[in-house]
Write a protein that binds this ligand. Structure first.
Ligand SMILES: [Zn+2]
Length: 133
């Protein structure tokens, strides 16, 4: 059962992104460090995570303890990588994470995070990744 929460998820929407496929965007300004939405999904083991990654499931988050597969989510799975990211991911509880604003974000902006695994920097075309190599 979903309980009504005070996060900003209701203002987050999915549309086509200039970065990659679809992305998630905000329709309101979000101040720095504000929790934007929870990252909730199916909790899976490390082995299961590896198996799903081989099937090209790219919607898996890791919170340090558990792998969280967000493939069934309606919004968060669309978050794109950007080396010039505006959101970060923090711990929420044992089996979920929170998406927070890394800087002040304006209404209409796409929400992005640094995926943080090496292969992403090979595919990313932003130009900033060069500093990471
Ligand atoms: Zn990049």
């Amino acid at each position: 059962m979903r309980k009504k929460n005070k996060d900003l998820e209701q203002f987050v929407f999915v549309k086509n992104s200039s970065l990659h496929g679809k992305g998630i965007f905000t329709s309101v300004d979000i101040p720095k460090n504000k929790i934007t939405m929870p990252i909730i999904g199916e909790v899976i083991s490390g082995d299961e995570c590896e198996r799903r990654e081989e099937e090209n499931n790219v919607y898996i988050f890791w919170n340090g303890d558990t792998y969280i597969d967000t493939a069934m989510s309606d919004k968060i799975k669309y978050i794109n990588h950007n080396c010039d990211f505006n959101c970060d991911v923090i711990e929420r509880d044992k089996n979920s994470l929170s998406l927070i604003a890394y800087r002040n974000i304006k209404a209409g902006e796409e929400l992005t995070i640094d995926y943080g695994y090496e292969e992403i920097y090979e595919d990313c075309k932003c130009g900033k990744c060069k500093h990471k190599k």
